[in-house]
Design a protein around this ligand. Sequence first.
Ligand code: TLP
Length: 343
Amino acid sequence: MKVVDLRSDTVTHPTPAMREAMYHAEVGDDVFGEDPTVNRLERTAAERMGKEAALFVASGTMGNLVSLLAHCGRGDEVILGDHSHTFLFEQGGMAALGGITPRPNPNQPDGTLRLEDVVGAIRGDDVHFPRTRLVCLENTHNVCNGMPLTAAYTAEIARLAHAHGLRVHLDGARVFNAAAALGVDVRELVREVDSLSFCLSKGLCAPVGSLVCGSAGFIAGARRARKVVGGGMRQAGILAAAGIVALEQMAGRLAEDHAHAKRLAEGLAHIPGIKVAPVATNILYFRLTEEVSQTPEEVVDGLAERGIRLLGREGGRFRAVTHYWISDEDVERTIVAMHELIS
Ligand code: TLP
């Protein structure tokens, strides 16, 4: 029986085309700047995002960390969402490793930060205060129902930040999902930010890696930061080769995953006892209502027995994430299994 793995889009295996490209990849020592495949991936990513330069890193977490280390010094402060991945799920790396203070602002249900909150969080010039240096956004917003942030909103935040001498970093782990959902070129969504990171290893199916993009000067700083956190890789062209395939073949097909998430939402919404959150991309959250006798753990276990895996999160919230390896049939199987389980 095929296991339908909806826990995350990080579970995606590389495609046959990626394995083929990895096998044939030309490689060199990337710390010397001599891996032709890494260099090609970095040029391709920079070009795709409309930025001067890019840097290949091991993960989304590393991409955000080296970006923050490049933008900020010790004692600086970063304004970011209280539901953002960087604040919640990256071990407070900015503080632990960079001496940078996070200043969480309430994320709205659509993943945005309110402009007035951001303005209110910017520190004045006072000997008691840290210096505000950066605003971070997340697109799509993982915890906020996978919602995409529009180009207009991002530009507005950037205008505000720049007017106050701040920079903007975007955690664009799933920014291609945002582009697909909004029907715009990804460049539009990142045009006004100073830096961004995006992941190859989520919906784009590459086995490993993220890219950080920004100005040439910023990327030089991020490259130094990557080295000090132990992220200097050698013959990484083996991995970059899969990343190039991810950009060329996978970034354009994400609407299919969004259609699957919508169909799953629709199917689950018809089951008494399930309350589905709004879905705009490939991330679907839902809850059980009080009439359901099973606990969330029992539901997760019952699904696992039927070959379906998804995440039960804190507060009785479930998350299902669609991706390349989830078919129409898998979606229907999940709906049927859930029906059997809780009715
Ligand atoms: N998210 C993972 C888990 O860590 C929760 C997931 O399954 O969704 N930014 C965002 C918005 C992310 O969702 C993630 C990973 C990261 C950064 C970190 O990426 P990695 O896992 O490559 O370090």
